[in-house]
Design a protein around this ligand. Structure first.
Ligand code: GTP
Length: 301
């Protein structure tokens, strides 16, 4: 199953940088060396089992944009599963950015009316605190420019976990059986007496599913009491750790943590996933958790 993901936005807005962080395990500090993307760079990323993301990173210089909207229009906008449009929050050409965005939306509506649309207000680290008012103002502008089309607007930066949160949201819309996975994780969490079980994709370390059950009002009160950014922060930290392992010429395999009030084990679940099991019961041994992961592997494969 192949899903086409369009990554669009003005030149220098940060598209290739986020792609290299999420999909290639590169650190944010190296993104300054990236050159401008010429035309479209296509990548296939095997995501989960049969799910292949066909990522189209569309260079944002005006000449390329004009060509996507005219001669290449059909090729670019057909069969799109998700369009991600990146806006540099510090852009000095907001009007031009919005005009190109509207034109791209028209193309998308014409060829892939069912595509999900994510708008990333990017480089939020450059905005002085408090950042929320700037975000809300830009969000409103973008929603107005989108007319009746439903869009998700998210704030991102390559220098914190917000990028992982946004991309986890994005890939979630593409995973067909995310709810089933969550149900299985709940069963597994109960079997391990775990507080929480989280499933990550192997290469990107994006969160695929978690065990936490939402209550009937749609809110997970117990989880809310915990640090709300914990999933994406874990993705970010593990990616850094994996990068450090590579630099030390070591391969990252698994991780065990025993702290004063909890134990966590991160281990391979299937060929494409890692699982993290968090327990708060000091009586539960790491070896038992690892054994449970091993036994559950066949079920999740
Ligand atoms: P084209 O390939 O020309 O379309 O540009 P692009 O959108 O792919 O931009 P690219 O990823 O090459 O990034 C341009 C610059 O923005 C690089 O110097 C990055 O280091 C910088 N950048 C990317 N993301 C962020 C961010 O979140 N914060 C800050 N401060 N800089 C960023």
């Amino acid at each position: 199953m192949k899903k086409k993901v369009l990554l669009m936005g003005a030149s220098g807005s940060g598209k290739t940088s986020m792609r290299s962080l999420i999909f290639s395990n590169n650190p944010a500090s190296l993104t300054a060396r990236l050159g401008a993307t010429i035309d479209v760079e296509q990548n296939h990323v095997r995501f989960l089992g049969d799910l292949i993301l066909n990522l189209w990173d569309c260079g944002g210089q005006d000449a390329f944009m004009d060509s996507y909207l005219t001669t290449q229009r059909g090729t670019i906008f057909k069969q799109v599963g998700v369009m991600i449009y990146v806006f540099d929050v510090e852009s000095r050409e907001i009007l031009k950015d919005l005009e190109y965005y509207r034109d791209c939306m028209t193309g998308l509506q014409q060829y892939s009316p069912d595509a999900a649309v994510f708008l990333l207000i990017h480089k939020m680290d450059l905005v002085r605190e408090p950042r929320q008012p700037t975000f809300l103002k830009r969000k409103q502008e973008l929603e107005e420019a989108s007319g009746d089309i439903s869009v998700s607007v998210l704030a991102t930066s390559i220098y914190d976990e917000s990028l992982y949160k946004a991309w986890s949201n994005i890939v979630h819309t593409l995973i067909p059986n995310a709810n089933v996975l969550s149900r299985h994780l709940n069963v597994f969490a109960n079997a391990c007496s775990a507080t929480e079980v989280i499933l990550f994709e192997r290469t990107t370390f994006l969160v695929i599913a978690t065990s936490s059950q939402a209550n009937s009002d749609g809110h997970d009160h117990e989880a809310e009491a915990m640090y709300t950014k914990r999933y994406e922060r874990t993705s970010e930290l593990i990616k850094y750790f994996k990068h450090s392992c590579t630099r030390a010429r070591e391969e990252f395999r698994s991780l065990e943590m025993e702290l004063y009030d909890f134990t966590a084990v991160l281990d391979e679940m299937t060929r494409n996933t890692y699982v993290m099991v968090v327990v708060h019961d000091p009586g539960i041994e790491i070896a038992a958790l690892k054994m449970n992961i091993k036994l559950a592997r066949r079920k999740f494969e």
